[in-house]
Design a protein around this ligand. Sequence first.
Ligand SMILES: NC(=O)c1ccc[n+]([C@@H]2O[C@H](COP(=O)([O-])OP(=O)(O)OC[C@H]3O[C@@H](n4cnc5c(N)ncnc54)[C@H](OP(=O)(O)O)[C@@H]3O)[C@@H](O)[C@H]2O)c1
Length: 233
Amino acid sequence: MPDMKSVLVTGAARGLGLEFCRRYLADGWRVHAACRTPEKATTLMALAAGSPGELHLHRLDVTSARDGAALAGALGESSLDLLINNAGIIGPARPGGEIPDEAAWSEAFRVNCQAPYRLTRLLADALGRAENGLVVFLSSTMGSIGNLAATNAVPYRTSKVALNMAARSLSIEFRDRFGVLIVHPGYVRTDMGGPGATIEAEESVAGLRRLIDGFEPARHGGFFDYQGKALPW
Ligand SMILES: NC(=O)c1ccc[n+]([C@@H]2O[C@H](COP(=O)([O-])OP(=O)(O)OC[C@H]3O[C@@H](n4cnc5c(N)ncnc54)[C@H](OP(=O)(O)O)[C@@H]3O)[C@@H](O)[C@H]2O)c1
């Protein structure tokens, strides 16, 4: 079906990534769901059965340049309407005052910042082929220097600050080829957010969908929460 819109979601097998896939499948999109172990993505496969959308599962550890290149190759010459850089890790989340484990800090940078930057570049041609290609980066208010209210989880916070800069740079470099949104999904009840979080994934993704569907050039390269409110860097 050539008229089908297409989206690629990283970290697609659980949490916010799974909810993004669920909604786009229900809306009849071609969903490229990228996850580390596609053979175990049983919830995703069950969602796809009977939905009007089309599910394409891809193996992607976002830290693997080889996986990223293989994924870009699998898309071939097709266009990509939407890339959702969703995969992320919290890393060591202890209060400030301790020196975080260095390897774990580096891993937070690799997953949360370097990987989405690389994948976006690898998929830039596919996004540029779409009429209104758009890239969404899942950032966090924990990466907002202007909003800083706590000092825990320094690896995560610093990796999301760096992500904001990487995403903003891409928005300038590729401004003529695709749109960019940097978003905070709210405090969401997923494995990462935990049971004490304030909203469900459904509410978060519904809000983010409004932001995505109503994307306007004035928002290009900006940082917004799931309700559309502009956030300080
Ligand atoms: N939940 C919140 O309150 C909240 C708030 C602000 C921002 N965010 C951001 O929103 C995004 C999604 O968060 P979430 O709450 O859905 O988290 P989650 O429930 O912990 O899910 C994280 C997802 O990232 C994937 N992932 C982690 N490392 C990966 C790697 N190396 N390669 C490929 N996939 C990898 C996981 O895949 P596996 O299943 O293979 O582990 C999983 O699908 C993250 O970027 C997070 O920082 C969340």
